[in-house]
Design a binder for this molecule. Structure first.
Ligand SMILES: Nc1ncnc2c1ncn2[C@@H]1O[C@H](COP(=O)(O)OP(=O)(O)OP(=O)(O)O)[C@@H](O)[C@H]1O
Length: 263
């Protein structure tokens, strides 16, 4: 009678750790692309790879040979198909590994109160500008970039390097202003640029009323370590995008909390 060889099922501690780490990375990757078309492609890749592992373990030579061809080019295909996601993933890894974290701990113990006070002073002009633009139904898109990638933002933008103030933000988004079309990018505590054309998200499951402004607000946070405030011209509603997701119709108290964390 034919006997199966199950020796490959012997597990050591490192095998378990290996599986857990891979599961964690796959889950994080899936989280990054959830809700996008890329998620379906990702599931497709994973299915083919899992199938390859199973047929390989069962020594089914022909199928293993065919699937191996897919698996071999898989990593290159992933980099090409998921260019934006890979970029965002590496940014995330880089950010968490940087000294920024240690600085945050240091501030947590020694300078938190002072920090919050300073942060409120920084945030206030932005919140005030949003309040006023909400009232006047002035459409706006303000991006907060943790890292100002000149190549990414400056290509299509008008470079400003201006101090953040309520009146400057309001004037930029005024309907008659030559700079009102597009987004303002804030980084390093400055209004770095205005009138920026940003990549729009390809997400298919967004509310029907979302036009290009909202889509660009979400799109920029998919590809970069950035968050974005969107003021709707139609409804005056304030939305907040981060990591490719959007919170709609938020209050100013909520906006303050979010900015305190992200800006
Ligand atoms: N790729 C882009 N990057 C930055 N801003 C953009 C981009 N595309 C459009 N916009 C801005 O969005 C405006 C058009 O907004 P649209 O009405 O399509 O958006 P919306 O999401 O429906 O928002 P609203 O509720 O304000 O109408 C344009 O005038 C321009 O200022």
């Amino acid at each position: 009678m034919h006997s199966f060889d199950f020796s490959f099922l012997k597990l050591g501690v490192f095998d378990v750790l290996d599986v857990l780490l891979v599961a964690f990375i796959v889950y994080q990757l899936y989280n990054l692309i959830r809700g996008t078309i890329a998620a379906n492609i990702f599931i497709g890749f994973m299915t083919i790879y899992l199938l390859y592992m199973v047929v390989d373990a069962l020594h089914m030579k022909l199928l293993t040979g065919i699937l191996k061809r897919f698996a071999d080019v898989g990593i290159i295909a992933i980099i090409i198909v998921f260019q934006q996601e890979v970029r965002r993933f590496l940014l995330l890894v880089g950010k968490n590994a940087s000294l920024q974290r240690n600085k945050a701990w240091w501030k947590y113990f020694f300078g938190k109160a002072e920090d919050e006070k300073n942060n409120y002073a920084r945030i206030k002009p932005i919140i005030d500008a949003c309040k006023s633009m909400k009232q006047t139904r002035t459409g706006a898109l303000i991006v907060f970039a943790k890292y100002y990638d000149e190549q990414f933002y400056q290509n299509s933008c008008e470079v400003l390097d201006a101090k953040i103030s309520k009146r400057v933000l309001e004037s930029i988004f005024q309907k008659n202003s030559p700079l009102h079309d597009g987004a303002v990018v804030i980084a390093e505590n400055k209004i770095k640029s205005a009138s920026c054309i940003l990549p729009v998200t390809e997400k298919a499951d967004l509310p029907a009323q979302f036009g290009l402004r909202h889509r660009a607000g979400i799109g920029v946070t998919e590809a970069n370590d950035a968050s974005a405030i969107i003021v709707s011209e139609e409804t005056g509603e304030i939305s907040y995008a981060k990591q490719g997701r959007i919170k709609m119709d938020i209050s100013f108290a909520e906006l303050e909390k979010l900015l305190n964390k992200d800006f």
